[in-house]
Design a protein around this ligand. Structure first.
Ligand code: C6P
Length: 409
């Protein structure tokens, strides 16, 4: 069980008041707040053993390298990867997906090949494939959505066909909260010999994710959405696939030898980590993984599920509020209030000390599908409580009164 009230005390950001009220942070899907052990791990690195990794023959360098590699081992265990060499540190989920789009897709796709996606992808798992498809003459195909925003599992085989070479799907949608049936998608992809990339940006911080059980070829996610620092992301890749791929970026550390007329690549995962990596950030991510593992990912999922259902119930009971997405969902709720632009709503809520996200959520095709230009979103994590949802509901009532008054004036 998650004791969110106790957990809040681990996050120094909640010690401040926001516009005179206790902060209600409902924007963890954009970026999560940081627990003290993560902040401490980063501070200790800079204060006690700041040095570059894989280069120095001095004690500081050895300690930095050991901590950086220990973080990789922690991440590997966290997603049940077969080994640390399958974990590539990147800048964020976006860079992890682009790594595959550049290194794998551009070198392996041929004109007429197909990439299958859901129509509810974040731009980070859509635009890289649009670019790659344009570069090689491939085509994007999209799974079908049910009216509530679920993926039509019964129509998966109509989209994954003999020309499909890659399937790239989010595990949890950042807008509708849809949980994508990745297992069925992987099974269909395997029947056609296609690779599968899973965008785990909204799943890895919120539920147990096991890459071997999923049997995916790639998994991309960001450290900052799971309590880790910004500037660190992860690409898990199946070893044979990573080995077959060309490097993404060239530079220091990704080579084993260099001559003026060529170079040989370093072993995994360093082949994909050119230049000085985000060392403090990786160590911070390792601390975040420890923190989440101690809470238990099953407990976190159950906690968020409860909050999402409570929010659905409370928001659904408010007149003039439209909630989007399926009932069974990730820990977020996207909605609109009649007659109030989501940006105005977010501004009024901010004055009440409540942080939500408003806009197109980097998923404009989802807004098109909903037929709205923008929406408001409340997203939950380990420190949120039912009281936070109550404060949101009270804030929405305030906003309705405020704008009702302005409109009627
Ligand atoms: N979604 C949100 O508010 P980066 O920016 O690389 O850390 O994560 C990109 C990304 C990829 N996939 C999904 C499903 C995502 O939700 C995100 C980031 C944030 O919804 C910021 S736009």
């Amino acid at each position: 069980m998650i004791d969110a009230r106790a957990i809040r005390r681990d996050f120094p950001i909640f010690e401040q008041a926001m516009n005179g009220r206790p902060l209600v942070y409902l924007d963890s899907a954009a970026t999560a707040q940081k627990p003290r052990p993560v902040i401490e791990a980063v501070r200790r690195f800079y204060e006690e053993y700041n040095a570059n990794v894989h280069r120095a023959i001095h004690a500081l360098g050895e300690r930095a390298t050991e901590s950086y590699e220990e973080a990789r081992r922690k991440v590997a265990r966290f997603i049940h990867a077969p080994g640390p060499e399958t974990i590539v540190f990147t800048k964020n989920a976006t860079e992890a997906i682009n790594l595959v789009a550049y290194s794998w897709a551009r070198n392996n796709l041929r004109p007429g090949d197909e990439i299958a996606l859901t129509p509810i992808e974040h731009h980070s798992n859509l635009v890289p494939w649009q670019l790659a498809a344009r570069a090689v003459g491939a085509r994007l195909r999209f799974f079908e959505l049910a009216p509530d925003g679920e993926i039509r599992a019964d129509r998966i085989d109509e989209v994954i066909g003999e020309k499909t070479r890659l399937v790239a799907v989010t595990q949890a949608s950042n807008t509708l909260g849809t949980l994508v049936p990745v297992e069925s998608i992987v099974a269909a992809a395997r029947r056609r010999g296609a690779l599968v990339l899973v965008d785990g940006a909204q799943s890895v911080p919120h539920m147990p994710v096991d890459v071997q059980a999923l049997d995916c070829d790639f998994l991309a996610f960001s450290g900052h959405k799971m309590g880790g620092p910004t500037g660190i992301g992860v690409l898990y890749g199946r070893r044979e696939v990573l080995e077959s791929m060309e490097p993404f970026l060239g530079g220091g550390d990704m080579i084993s030898s260099v001559r003026l007329d060529g170079a040989e690549w370093n072993e995994l995962p360093y082949k994909f980590e050119a230049g000085t990596p985000p060392i403090a950030e990786a160590i911070g991510l390792g601390a975040a993984v420890d923190y989440l593992s101690a809470l238990g990912m099953d407990n976190i999922r159950a906690h968020e599920q409860r909050l999402a259902q409570y929010a659905l119930e409370r928001l659904g009971a408010l007149p003039g509020v439209t909630v989007y997405g399926p009932r069974e969902r990730a820990g977020l709720v996207t909605f609109n209030v009649d007659g109030i632009h989501p940006h105005d709503l977010a501004t009024v809520l901010d004055q009440e000390g409540i942080a939500i996200r408003a806009g197109h959520h980097c998923a404009q095709p989802v807004m098109d599908w909903l037929g709205v230009p923008a929406a408001a979103r409340a997203s939950f994590w380990v420190y949120n409580t039912e009281e936070d949802v109550d404060r949101l509901v009270a804030g929405l009532k305030t906003a309705k009164e405020f704008f009702g008054h302005v409109v009627g004036a």
